[in-house]
Design a protein around this ligand. Sequence first.
Ligand code: BYC
Length: 335
Amino acid sequence: MYTQAMDTMGKDGDARKPVRSADEMVQEERFEARIAAGDFVEPKDWMPEHYRKTLVRQISQHAHSEIVGMLPEGNWITRAPTLKRKAILLAKVQDEGGHGLYLYSAAETLGTSRDQMLDALHTGKAKYSSIFNYPTLTWADVGVIGWLVDGAAIMNQVPICRCSYGPYARAMIRICREESFHQRQGYESLLTMMEKGTDAQRSMVQDAVNRWWWPSIMMFGPPDDQSPNSAQSMRWGIKRVSNDELRQRFIDASVEQAKLLGVTLPDPDLKWNAERQHHDFGKIDWDEFWRVVGGNGPCNRERLAARVQAWEDGAWVREAALAYARKQEPHAQAA
Ligand code: BYC
């Protein structure tokens, strides 16, 4: 996500903003009209450079989140309590890998190679979701990730199925279907522990909820008035619903689910506001959020080191695939 370069591109008052030709201005007007009409933009269509860069930033960050997101839960595959839970968890973690691949492919259609995106991740230039920098301490964390983290992901991602960029929107349709299964399996696993488990298991669930609640509501990003990318992304139909509105919808839905589950959400200020027809909630610790986004969360170093190690361990696979492709080339040309 080459963050600074992208933040400054094409903003008003930027001395480096290129002077637009008459042709470009016409193309830009046509582009804006298509966005206003709700048309999808496709890879070969003309698009403003800042639109392209915003998409590469968001889609690659999203892809990185999926593959880094495999790590906290992957940590529990060998320790799942039953064969059924192990099979479910294996399938879920594999799905996340698949989501990463659809998203890298969607970002590649914008002209950035997968190697460039992965290099940005491995060198710490690219962001990925803050949530995956927290540790999974007990088996209940796996259920809570399904319920809250995948639940937050769905809330954020369903509107992206209507994103103005076609390949991203289409990738999100399949991803959302799979995320829905992920959320249900998490909730069902927690419900089983709450209804049929021991007191120790019930307190394990409550402890996991206490640790994941605040990081989950931070996933939606900074408040709207401190979100530098929101206004333009909303105008371009990349984002359809604002960070704060999605966060509020998620909180409202989670309160009801927590009641059914029999757990307490760790926020003494959480209460129904009849006038707003929404739940009020306590102050979010944005210092913690920015610390984690800035690389100083509990597991940032461990997560990045695991991804770099996986990349290095996979070098022989990439070399073998390239050697095989080179070997096949003369046959392909002859055919
Ligand atoms: N963590 O202007 P803003 C999953 C950054 S995968 C880290 O509001 P934007 C799952 C933001 O990038 C879930 N950074 O930005 C996988 C920006 O910095 P840059 C991932 C964050 O883009 C496996 C700066 O803060 N979902 O669910 O308009 C297992 C200012 O923010 C975060 C997606 O990626 C964060 N939480 O809005 C289980 C969805 N929030 O880039 C589950 C797609 C903000 O300017 N992405 N930042 O340097 C989006 O919807 C939007 O990019 C966001 C942020 C709402 C996340």
